[in-house]
Write a protein of this length. Sequence first.
Length: 192
Amino acid sequence: MTQRVAILISGGGSNMVSLVEDMVGDHPGRPAVVIANSPGAGGLAKADALGVATDVVDHRAFKGDRAAFEAALHTALLNHQPDVICLAGFMRILSADFVGLWQGRILNIHPSLLPKYKGLHTHARAIEAGDKEAGCTVHVVTPDLDDGPILGQASVPIHADDTAEDLAARVLTEEHRLYPQVLRRFLQDFSA
Ligand code: GRF
């Protein structure tokens, strides 16, 4: 039975595009909805162009009331009956209560080789530390930020003259390959 996948975005949605474009043919999943926490998210137009339903739950409308924002987000998700939720460039931190509602069915992609560099500015931190490699991680979302069981990783070299932007671009290319690969496998295991 085909699994329904909701994708949450905050910005351009390049990871969302990679996930949607992979969910064709014999893929065990299909995109159910793309939800953005900002009406200005560039990924909304990309989702429209790909024929995927979209919704916006603007976190600014809840003026810092995280519980109210998450209740609205949960309602929006329930409207589309997802089996799995993929955070893809989604920049809001979800509470333990919210994560608990979805019992291990939320995935996230983080632009570092976790457990190194949880949080923000991962590429600048890796360069600053003199690391020779960086990368990205797809993991199950748990109440602790960037901390859940790791489902897949991809690494890239850091070049001596790399800026954080150079490294971010190199890692993003790997994200677009890794996330669809991990989601396909996760859904195959999920529906087994
Ligand atoms: C990128 O920095 C990516 O590394 C991280 O989220 C940001 C935006 O990604 N996962 P996207 O283009 O919105 O998918």
